[in-house]
Design a protein around this ligand. Structure first.
Ligand code: GDP
Length: 363
């Protein structure tokens, strides 16, 4: 017997266990999805329409996924939920960091859920594009609301462009409405572009402002102020209470010169203290009055149709832009043309036209 053949040598290479393919974000995302129970589109829709929060959350995760297979399922779920949507009050809430958004959402949210109305709190966080994390809609910032059975809090989708995130939030609104939520808050930080996208998906827009910081109206851009239907001066308590009245007058004075709105609603300024629970029912009453006026003159219906039009064009623009910039030939040509442009040998318009001609061959 030849022992040598079977003798294990220290130099033998064992085959070992099969190694998994290298880990990519896609494979991790697929793995997480596989671990969860997979529902059919109809099961998702049935669950959502029956107000099953677990299924609603999972469906939102599918909406937020960038995997092509998930996007296909998401589109089908949204289409099937659409007939059940549209009944909620969609309320946008914005203001600079520290103005008191989460404290107000907590108190105001409780005021709403105490009336046995179901409230969903969504968020659009423009900073998440860079940080890949979300600071808004964070449950730890809304302790009472996060354990309230009538409330559902969902943080901002954390990846993608502002336009992409906005699309996903808009689709989440549809699912929440189909799930029977009566009121939807969409929170965003008042730092610029994100207000515009939130304004395009809500019925009524609240701008929170600090007391006593009237100088140049706290650096808030006029364009953003023109979008607001309700100005809320926050933290109107203690020594701030008097200053709040002055700020209220200053804001009223400033918006007095804004062009009249077509909706028949005259923007209002109110003060509140979320901590002391003062001025909260007044905010809700103003919102109810707003709806009464805009429902009566059909402005709300038109506003939502206009918003749908806006989002259709946004979707077209987004797809065109991403297809163009991800096109292989364009990617390499772009670098060369950009270099020519920077050397001054070609104008911006010609550079752009050359690339577009290349992409749309027939141009
Ligand atoms: P956000 O960044 O806009 O969400 O603001 P927060 O809700 O986190 O509030 C910022 C700070 O203001 C916190 O320290 C709050 O305790 C405080 N704050 C919020 N609302 C009130 C209020 O009604 N009265 C007072 N005095 N402080 C408040």
């Amino acid at each position: 017997m030849n022992d040598d053949k079977n003798k294990k040598s220290a130099l033998t290479v064992n085959s070992g266990i099969p190694q998994p393919p290298s880990i990519s974000l896609d494979s991790v995302s697929k793995f997480i999805q596989k671990k969860k129970k997979q529902y059919t589109v109809d099961e998702y829709v049935r669950g959502i329409v029956h107000g099953d929060i677990k299924i609603l959350s999972q469906a939102i995760t599918i909406i937020e996924s960038y995997l092509e297979e998930h996007q296909q399922i998401a589109r089908e779920i949204i289409e099937k939920c659409l007939p059940y949507s549209g009944k909620a009050k969609r309320i946008g809430i914005t203001g600079i960091p520290g103005v008191g958004k989460s404290t107000l959402i907590e108190t105001f949210g409780k005021h709403i859920t105490d009336q046995n109305l179901k409230l969903a709190v969504l968020a659009i966080d423009p900073s998440s594009e860079k940080s890949k994390g979300s600071i808004l809609g964070d449950k730890t910032r809304m302790e009472d609301l996060s354990i309230d059975n009538n409330a559902f809090i969902r943080p901002s989708p954390s990846a993608g462009t502002l336009g992409g995130v906005a699309h996903k939030t808009r689709e989440t609104i549809i699912l929440c409405e189909a799930a029977g939520f009566d009121v939807i808050f969409i929170e965003t930080v008042g730092v610029g572009q994100s207000e515009t996208v939130v304004h395009q998906m809500v019925d009524v827009f609240l701008l929170l402002m600090l007391t006593g910081a009237g100088d140049e109206l706290q650096g808030i851009k006029r364009g953003i102020m023109e979008m607001a239907d309700l100005f809320v001066i926050t933290k109107a308590d203690g020594t701030n209470a008097r200053k709040a009245v002055i700020t209220k007058a200053q804001v009223e004075n400033a918006i007095h010169f804004f062009p009249a709105t077509d909706s028949g609603w005259i923007p209002r300024v109110q003060t509140c203290s979320a901590q002391k629970k003062q001025g909260i029912s007044e905010i809700w009453n103003s919102i109810l009055e707003y709806y009464e006026i805009l429902n009566k003159n059909k402005f709300l219906e038109n506003k939502r149709l206009e918003q749908s039009r806006y989002w259709m064009y946004e979707a077209i623009n987004d797809v065109l832009r991403s297809k163009f910039y991800n096109n292989h030939e364009i990617k390499s040509k772009l670098r060369t043309i950009e270099a020519d442009l920077m050397q001054g040998s070609i104008s911006s318009y010609t550079a752009a036209m050359n690339l577009l001609k290349e992409y749309f061959k027939e141009m």
